[in-house]
Design a protein around this ligand. Structure first.
Ligand SMILES: Nc1nc2c([nH]c(=O)n2[C@H]2C[C@H](O)[C@@H](COP(=O)(O)OP(=O)(O)OP(=O)(O)O)O2)c(=O)[nH]1
Length: 156
C-alpha cells in the first residue's frame, strides 16, 4: 500500500507516536454511475473540502459496521451491504489515516445532510472543489475503471 503525504510542508502532529486512525469511507453509486460527494462540515479539519461520506471506526467496529453507523448519522441513509474496494494510507499534518473505501450500491432512505454538509452527485471530471487530498486517488481509480482520460477534477 502506498502512503500519500498531504500538505507535506506543514508540521506533523503526534511525532513518532502517531497511530494509524482507521476510517470507513462510502462510495455511493447510483445506477447511472454517478457517485456522491459531500463537503466537510463546519468545524472539522479541511472544512468545506469535498470527500466521500464516512468517518472513523469506533472501538470494536468493523469497517462495514462503522460505515453503516456513519452514513446513518451523517447523511440519514441505511445500508445493508458495503463492498470493500481499496485501502489508502494518508499522512496528514493532523493525523495518519487509513482510508477503507467501500462501494455501496443499495441504500434506503432519502439523503439528509445532518451536519450542515452540502452534497453533489458527480461523474468525471468532478465539478465541485476543492477535493480533499485523500479523496483524489479515488478519482484516478474511477478514471481507470471507466477508461476516462483527461483531468479528473478542477484544481483550486
Ligand atoms: N469521510 C472521509 N474521510 C476522508 C476522506 N479522504 C480523507 O483523506 N479522509 C480523512 C479526513 C479525516 O482525517 C478522516 C476522517 O475523519 P473525520 O473527522 O471526518 O471522521 P468523523 O466523522 O468520525 O469525525 P469526528 O466525529 O471524530 O469529528 O479521513 C474521504 O473521502 N472521506
Amino acid at each position: 500500500m502506498s502512503v500519500l503525504v498531504a500538505d507535506g510542508d506543514r508540521p506533523r502532529e503526534g511525532g513518532a507516536d502517531r497511530k494509524v486512525v482507521d476510517v470507513a469511507v462510502g462510495v455511493l453509486l447510483r445506477s447511472d454511475g454517478d457517485f456522491l460527494l459531500t463537503s466537510r462540515p463546519p468545524g472539522k479539519v479541511y472544512e468545506g473540502y469535498w470527500e466521500f461520506p464516512g468517518g472513523k471506526l469506533e472501538a470494536g467496529e468493523t469497517v462495514e459496521q462503522a460505515l453503516r453507523r456513519e452514513l446513518h448519522e451523517e447523511i440519514g441513509i441505511t445500508i445493508s451491504k458495503a463492498q470493500a474496494w481499496k485501502v489508502e494510507l494518508v499522512d496528514y499534518p493532523h493525523a495518519l489515516v487509513r482510508l477503507n473505501f467501500c462501494k455501496v450500491f443499495d441504500w434506503t432512505g432519502e439523503l439528509h445532510m445532518r451536519e450542515g454538509q452540502l452534497f453533489a452527485w458527480q461523474r468525471l471530471p468532478v465539478q465541485v472543489k476543492p477535493v480533499l487530498p485523500g479523496t483524489l486517488p479515488v478519482l484516478l481509480w474511477f478514471a481507470e475503471e471507466r477508461k476516462f482520460s483527461g483531468l479528473t477534477h478542477t484544481r483550486v
